[in-house]
Unconditional design. Structure first.
Length: 307
């Protein structure tokens, strides 16, 4: 089995683990009152952490076998796998538009797979790595601070998910660099990079958990799924010297496939948001009038699954 095929298989299983973790995280965020961030007292949340850990382990193994420009886009299959899994686990059906989006995303990723060059990438010196890490932490922190100033849950969720996707993408970039160095023995000067990986991974986990509160599963997961490979692939192409087959023409076609995949994810996301809007319960007239009169109705507008 070639290293490229192994990277694809590991990425597929990793995407399944990440999809399961996202479903659990969304349910915890939707049903758990109290703190917005990381409800660590909930056993289900620790289950999602375990699933994320499994996905991350497989992802690291995939990065050791294949290039960033292949492994990171494969992560977009997370939201594709989340469709049938959420239908089975939480009985959330997907409409025709969602499945069209899933097909588009899969086709785009398949095109990227065909055009991916399996050649080795360049290494990045320690100085530029540290600069990249500092810049990355600064950008993630800025997005987090900006989200605190927003009142709309949907907008705040997308901004937090963008920060989470960026953090995950940067963690993958540094993981790839360490994986390259590991083959010749891991020197002690790699410790700052290992700390950076841990910092980005933990930040991404907490930010993604926060992004699910008040926004459901689709929009935050799709945002993380798109931002993560875009950040990592852009760094892989510019700093690590990775490339696609057939030179400039192949890169242009690969970008086209990337647009198709992103369009599928957007279509999938908008369909899920529309479904969530239609599924939102409405107060009965008598309950609404009781609320205007200051009485407390017996049932609030809480979804049945969360009561």
């Amino acid at each position: 089995m070639s290293a490229l095929v192994l990277a694809v298989l590991l990425s597929l299983v990793s995407a399944v683990a990440y999809a399961a973790a996202a479903i659990v995280q969304e349910r915890v965020a939707a049903s758990g009152p109290g703190s917005t961030y990381a409800p660590m007292r909930r056993p289900a949340w620790w289950g999602s952490v375990t699933l994320n850990g499994l996905g991350a382990t497989l992802h690291v193994a995939a990065l050791a076998c294949g290039p960033l420009t292949l492994v990171q886009p494969m992560g977009a299959l997370t939201i594709v796998f989340a469709l049938p899994m959420s239908a089975v686990l939480v009985r959330r059906r997907a409409g025709a538009a969602a499945w069209r989006g899933a097909v588009m995303a899969t086709a785009g990723l398949a095109g990227l797979l065909v055009l991916t060059n399996g050649a080795g990438a360049d290494d990045l010196a320690m100085g530029p790595r540290l600069v990249l890490a500092a810049s990355g932490f600064g950008a993630v922190a800025a997005l987090f601070v900006a989200s605190k100033a927003l009142r709309r849950a949907a907008t705040r969720s997308v901004l937090l998910a963008t920060a989470a996707g960026g953090a995950f993408g940067l963690a993958s970039v540094f993981t790839k660099s360490v994986a390259e160095d590991w083959q010749s023995g891991l020197p002690l000067n790699e410790l700052p990079v290992l700390f950076a990986i841990a910092g980005f991974a933990i930040s991404g986990l907490l930010l993604s958990q926060a992004s699910y509160r008040g926004a459901g599963l689709a929009a935050p997961l799709a945002t993380v799924t798109v931002v993560n490979p875009v950040v990592a692939a852009a760094i892989g192409l510019t700093l690590f010297g990775e490339s696609f087959r057939y030179g400039t023409a192949g890169t242009a076609v690969a970008l086209g496939f990337g647009v198709v995949a992103a369009g599928g994810l957007i279509l999938l996301t908008t369909e899920r948001l529309g479904a969530a809007h239609h599924d939102k319960p409405v107060l009965a007239p008598d309950a609404a009038s009781a609320g205007r009169q200051g009485d407390t109705p017996d049932q609030t507008a809480t979804p049945p699954a969360l009561r």
